[in-house]
Design a protein around this ligand. Structure first.
Ligand code: FES
Length: 251
């Protein structure tokens, strides 16, 4: 019978950079170089999942006893020095310390960047004039008809509070209502990095109304879609702030 891995390495990177970084591929290359039975996983700090808490939850469910989180962002995100250890400690406290979590030093300190630059300079470089000049595709000049814009925070702190599955829930709910996809009631949805009041997350803002919704839940999102986006009745219980044209007012 397959034994559960006792320990795991979790590579933690930014989804926004992952096309170049290839975190899953990096995890695949790393796995054979580690002691047998060491699990290698990866998590993203922004934009999408899997989030770090979800990955740690999954490792705990697999029976992993110890996990080392390695931040793989270059340049390193300075907020990690002040925030990530506490957030991981919070995860440990919330879960009753099923997994001993440790945070490795920032990977940036171990990289030989000059050697990496010399390496790429020794390889063929692409001639840019072989690509037609353009600052954007023709369709990018047209602003689609819409009535609202939503900014949904998928910054690192909100992801720790479950923002990613909530964002997917919002998108799925919105897809069920055609008026929200086209025409004057269309709500254009954009994922955003940190919107600042992280302690109120998960968080989204609906413009031009200027309503900030905090502490989002699946039920709360269902009501925002049905009452606010479809019926123009903001959900008072979820509003943590309001921005108006003549200044910002609370709740
Ligand atoms: S991470 Fe969402 S408000 Fe800061």
């Amino acid at each position: 019978m397959l034994q559960p891995a006792a320990s795991a390495i979790v590579l933690y990177g930014r989804a926004s950079f992952d096309k170049a970084q290839g975190l899953p591929a990096m995890a695949g290359r790393l796995a054979p170089t580690l002691p047998p039975g060491t699990r290698v996983a990866w998590a993203f700090a922004d934009l999408t999942g899997p989030s770090l808490p979800d990955v740690l939850d999954a490792l705990a469910a697999e029976g992993v006893r110890e996990a080392i989180v390695v931040t793989c962002m270059v340049p390193a995100d300075p907020t990690h020095a002040t925030w990530l250890a506490g957030a991981l400690s919070q995860w440990s406290a919330d879960r009753g310390a099923q997994v001993a979590v440790r945070l490795a030093p920032a990977i940036e300190a171990a990289l030989d960047l000059p050697a990496a630059i010399r390496d790429v300079l020794g390889r063929p470089a692409a001639e840019v004039t072989l690509t037609p000049p353009s600052l954007g595709k023709p369709g990018w000049s047209k602003i689609p008809e819409h009535g609202r814009q939503i900014f949904f925070c998928v910054g690192a702190r909100c992801l720790h509070r479950g923002a990613e599955p909530l964002y997917q829930h919002l998108r799925n709910r919105m897809k069920q209502h055609r008026p929200l996809a086209a025409g004057p009631r269309r709500a254009m949805c954009a994922r955003s990095s940190c919107l600042y009041p992280c302690n109120l997350g998960p968080l989204m803002i609906v413009y031009p109304d200027g309503h900030w919704y905090g502490g989002l839940t699946r039920d709360g999102i269902d009501r925002i879609v049905s009452d606010h986006l479809l019926s123009d009745r903001p959900v008072a219980e979820g509003i943590v702030h309001r921005t108006t044209a003549d200044g910002a007012v609370g709740g």
